[in-house]
Design a protein around this ligand. Structure first.
Ligand SMILES: [Zn+2]
Length: 274
């Protein structure tokens, strides 16, 4: 499943192709995604309008148009966005094709169809229902020690589950939660309200640095991830604990352990993480 760094990598790789282009047509070849794709919305708000920018909120990609409408895309489990020449062969599972006036096409492909392609009408974006319960962006200034300290003291959840809860902070998926807790030296089962001041600070810094490092390297190659230009990411090689159980910790030489928390594989160093 694409996580935040992968989505950010896609955003950065598609934006140069989309910004300033006009959407001339949209072909919906398969409307049955997680929610039905509404062709009428495209003709009403999107076709004939210019794309101003491509933004991201959590794992949603947001194409902002000149008329203040937006196209919102979530890649679900297996979705991909690709940039194609208009005459390029169409791969199977290509469900939505956006034609741009620059004679390129943006194609949404999704074998498992858990993704979303939606339109928000002008002015509706800020209050769109999918965004209303989302916590802060991990790379924004709003995710800081003060914010975290306030919320942590109210929760007895294991810190790993807390940091993965999108109502607290968005986009910290399983891989990055494991890696950030290792970097911060915090055991994943510690109750959220047991973290001391310096641990809270290290947690914030680690989440930011692990995600930033992944974005800089173009996302991971896990689950067959490719960015819009089909270049694989490289971050996988740098993972310190994720899926490294039974191997030696690079920091201290102890053996990395694996437990299951809320159904998710959890990897940690019993000596570095307390
Ligand atoms: Zn260690």
């Amino acid at each position: 499943m694409p996580e935040l760094p992968e989505v950010e990598t896609i955003r950065k790789s598609i934006e140069p192709f989309l910004a300033n282009a006009i959407v001339t047509a949209v072909d919906v070849r398969e409307a049955r995604l997680r929610c039905p794709v509404n062709s009428t919305d495209f003709s009403r708000w999107i076709i004939g309008n210019r794309i101003v920018s491509v933004a991201r909120r959590s794992k949603y990609l947001i194409w902002q148009l000149e008329n203040d409408a937006s196209v919102i895309i979530h890649l679900g489990m297996s979705g991909r966005l690709g940039i194609f020449a208009a005459d390029a062969a169409i791969e199977t599972h290509t469900h939505v094709i956006f034609h741009l006036d620059s004679s390129i096409q943006v194609r949404y492909r999704d074998p498992r169809r858990f993704g979303l392609v939606e339109v928000t009408p002008p002015q509706a974006f800020a209050t769109w229902f999918r965004f209303t319960n989302l916590g802060v962006e991990p790379l924004s200034a709003a995710f800081n020690h003060h914010y975290v300290a306030n919320l942590l003291k109210k929760s007895k959840k294991p810190i790993k589950n807390w940091i993965m809860d999108a109502q607290n902070v968005v986009g910290v998926g399983n891989i990055y939660a494991n890696e950030a807790l290792f970097k911060a030296g915090i055991h994943p089962i510690r109750p959220a309200n047991s973290l001391k001041n310096d641990e809270q600070r290290r947690l914030v810094e680690s989440v930011k640095s692990v995600l930033t490092a992944a974005i800089d390297k173009g996302g991971t190659t896990l689950n067959d991830f490719r960015n819009a230009r089909s270049e694989p990411g490289f971050f996988q090689l740098d993972l310190a604990v994720y899926q490294n159980d039974g191997q030696v910790c690079g920091s201290c030489g102890a053996i990395i352990e694996r437990i299951v928390m809320s159904g998710r594989s959890t990897f940690y160093c019993p000596s570095c993480q307390r």
